[in-house]
Ligand binder design. Structure first.
Ligand SMILES: O=C(O)C1=C[C@@H](OP(=O)(O)O)[C@@H](O)[C@H](O)C1
Ligand SMILES: C=C(OP(=O)(O)O)C(=O)O
Length: 455
């Protein structure tokens, strides 16, 4: 299992109105990048609001293994970075656990150095495709040793002088875009990434903040051309990480589906490359009030007041997928309580996340009485307002396949279903949202973790 723990099932039961105000922990994407860029930049980086999930902590350990000094004083993480181009060869394999982001971005960052770096992870990460990052690195002159199908474990060795490339990202992936840009940091000349469909832009914004010479041009069709001048200087920064919109999705959907609920979620990142779920839920009739919009550390941040709502099925525009890619599992849960059908297309990337999320969601919904159709890259969910007949009276367990978002989504489902919903494991929730159980039960959610199953 992940993190060497035995599985720990959990059950969610029909709950009465959820009430209260919560503050969501830091954004995972920004937290990974804060450790990476802080570890790389010359001088001191100070980070508050960092997500202390297992995924991010593994990124911090990898940066330490390559020379960064990282410590925590009170609530502030303080990093003494090595300086761009000055990472040290790691002495042991870098273990990224469950984290695609940590692993793929660090492959770009370290892979172009003229030393060996080896990348390993848990059973979920070991199944995920790495070719999408290894192929552009090969073009830059990196030697790659990988398991069959370009899976982990992977060992990389960069050339004496990496080759700057122009790379058109073939799928909508911020991880691939970022890996190429991070490789460009230690490559002479200009590395260019062409992004036909915009994905989360944290790498671009944060690298500019650290002093990189990076420009973005967007043409009339929305195609973005990102140019990075390699081997420039990066300087330590002060970062306050805003709350994670992907974690926000769980209490948000729970308040929408549990009758009588009224909750407030503070300090949520509202970067438009991340807000597709909020927009979609509003189109479904969700009562989400966006309050106190402000700018913090160059990002839009707001508080959300969310009240129980009678939802209606919609067709989600396919081009919105990148701005809500991690939120489809919990959107499917919201759809299970909506009147009519919700149609989701353009979901091919869901098949290569921590699990095959498309089939994990469809199987979990069916196990709990939801009428749905899984297509090659689509999902149609026909909802049952009020949740009558939903859940599994026999205690059948949703298979989570080491996927935190599957576990959390189905626990949210159980809060408004007639019968309980049980997931076969909840330990991996700690990879992205260690506070999930406490925050949810604090709002009044009836979720219980069972004893750990014998290994
Ligand atoms: O760059 C990032 O921080 C992320 C990019 C997305 O992955 P892909 O690039 O594979 O779409 C997302 O699913 C992941 O949770 C975080
Ligand atoms: C896909 C995710 O993360 P990663 O790719 O970093 O494992 C996620 O958190 O939903």
């Amino acid at each position: 299992m992940s993190h060497g723990l035995s599985p720990r099932p959990a059950t969610a039961r029909k709950s009465s109105d959820l009430k209260g105000t919560i503050r969501i922990p830091g954004d995972k994407s920004i937290s990974h990048r804060s450790f990476m860029f802080g570890g790389l930049a010359a001088g001191e980086t100070r980070i508050t609001g960092l997500l202390e999930g297992e995924d991010v902590i593994n990124t911090g350990k990898a940066m330490q293994a390559m020379g960064a000094k990282i410590r925590k004083e009170g609530d502030t993480w303080i990093i003494d970075g090595v300086g761009n181009g000055a990472l040290l060869a790691p002495e042991a394999p870098l273990d990224f656990g469950n984290a695609g982001t940590g692993c793929r971005l660090t492959m770009g960052l370290a892979g172009v150095y003229d030393f060996d770096s080896t990348f390993v992870g848990d059973a979920s990460l070991t199944k995920r495709p790495m070719g999408r990052v290894l192929n552009p690195l090969r073009e830059m002159g990196v030697q790659v040793k990988s398991a069959e199908g370009d899976r982990l474990p992977v060992t990389l060795r960069g050339p004496k002088t990496p080759n700057p490339i122009t790379y058109r990202v073939p799928m909508a992936s911020a991880q691939v875009k970022s890996a190429v840009l991070l490789a460009g940091l230690n490559t002479p000349g200009i590395t260019t990434v062409i992004e036909p469909v915009m994905t989360r832009d944290h790498t671009e914004k944060m690298l500019q903040g650290f002093g990189a010479n990076l420009t973005v041009e967007t043409d009339v069709e929305g195609v973005r051309t990102i140019r990075l001048q390699g081997r420039g200087q990066l300087t330590g920064q002060v970062i306050d990480v805003p709350g994670d919109p992907s974690s926000t999705a769980f209490p948000l959907v729970s308040a929408l589906i549990v009758p009588g609920s009224d909750i407030t979620i503070l300090n949520v990142l509202m970067n438009p490359t991340r807000t597709g779920l909020i927009l979609t839920l509003q189109e479904m009739g969700a009562d989400i009030e966006v309050r106190n919009v402000r700018l913090a550390g160059g990002e839009d941040v707001a508080d959300l007041r969310v009240r129980y709502s009678e939802l209606k099925g919609v067709t989600v525009p396919e081009e919105r997928a990148p701005s809500m890619i991690d939120e489809y599992p919990v959107l499917a849960v919201a759809a299970a309580f909506a009147e009519g059908a919700t149609v989701m297309n353009g979901l091919e990337e869901l098949r290569v996340k921590e699990s095959d999320r498309l089939s994990a969601v469809a199987n979990g919904l069916k196990l709990n009485g939801v009428d749905c159709d899984e297509g090659e890259a689509s999902l149609v969910v026909r909802g049952r307002p009020g949740g009558k007949g939903l859940g599994n009276p026999l205690g059948g367990e949703v298979k989570t396949h080491l996927d935190h978002r599957i576990a959390m989504s189905f626990l949210i489902m159980g809060l408004a279903s007639e019968h309980p919903v049980t997931v076969d494991d909840s330990t991996m929730i700690a990879t992205s949202f260690p506070e999930f159980m406490d925050l949810m039960t604090g709002l009044g959610a009836r979720i219980e973790q069972a004893e750990t199953k014998a290994a």
